[in-house]
Design a protein around this ligand. Sequence first.
Ligand SMILES: NC(=O)c1ccc[n+]([C@@H]2O[C@H](COP(=O)([O-])OP(=O)(O)OC[C@H]3O[C@@H](n4cnc5c(N)ncnc54)[C@H](OP(=O)(O)O)[C@@H]3O)[C@@H](O)[C@H]2O)c1
Length: 291
Amino acid sequence: MSETDKILITGAGGKTGLAVCAALIEKGAALRAWVRRDANTAPLRQMGVDDFIVGDLLDFSLAERAMRGIRVVYHIPPNMHPDELRIAENLIRAARSNEVLRFVYHSVLHPQAEEMPHHWQKLRVEERLFTSGVDFTILQPAVYMQNLLGYWQSIERDGVYGIPYSIDAPLSQVDLADVAEAAASVLLEESHSCAIYELCGPEALSAREAAQRLSQYLGKPVEAVEIDRDAWQRKMLAGGMSEYAVNTLLKMFLYYENYGMRGNPNVLRMLLGRNPTTFDEFLSAEIQKLD
Ligand SMILES: NC(=O)c1ccc[n+]([C@@H]2O[C@H](COP(=O)([O-])OP(=O)(O)OC[C@H]3O[C@@H](n4cnc5c(N)ncnc54)[C@H](OP(=O)(O)O)[C@@H]3O)[C@@H](O)[C@H]2O)c1
């Protein structure tokens, strides 16, 4: 495989990045991984990645070097970053000047939701791609089922699944492994030019319904509880989360509470060539890992 067959992955050391890199390596792809810190390279080296760009995505001079000799780029934007748009604009410019064949963008389900800044910034990046002259594919994943694992300790220990918005808000979710598998196909196949793909699992579940499923699978009661948003905010700020991230998440919680968020699984089914993973399948696999 030559240098020019390489795929550049930004955000490669994060939750999404590691899953996508693993799926690509399984399919035999050659990667260049952009990570923020040296420490982020370790799990990628273990997978066999040996070509890295280490540095901040805001260091705009790095983008030219990162894109050199690259065939396709997969841009995974930082989570809750005030400069998402500027970062993407710089990468799109560098992709164009280095004649990268396609820019694949990891967006989000319903980027049109202006009330959520991290969705709205992604919509504006999508618009920049339309006018950039660079070929593109846009993936719009729902929230990952894996986000539940952040609550796992309290679920297992206390039987409580506590979230800072209505426990009856319906949310489409998707298994990150399905997202990674679909992303790998989209990056390696040439037929996805100019496509926008919504990536959703098969059902929209509220936290109340998720807790009922958890109770069944764990064989003990799990209760969904709405926690106080002011208390959540104080805890996050005290823990060092940036004000931008806290405020953006609060807007997201309010949006979920008011409208929920539902998508459709048909496109993901087409990309995977099978049914997307259900919440029950995800839970049962996670609980097997505990045994
Ligand atoms: N999580 C979900 O349910 C979900 C669903 C749909 C879409 N998305 C979108 O997917 C994207 C990635 O989410 P994620 O859950 O994978 O987040 P994540 O685990 O936090 O990964 C983001 C990665 O970006 C790196 N990063 C952050 N700021 C950077 C900077 N200035 N320069 C270079 N690297 C930087 C982080 O490095 P450090 O490790 O050093 O912080 C981290 O490795 C987000 O834009 C999110 O909105 C997420």
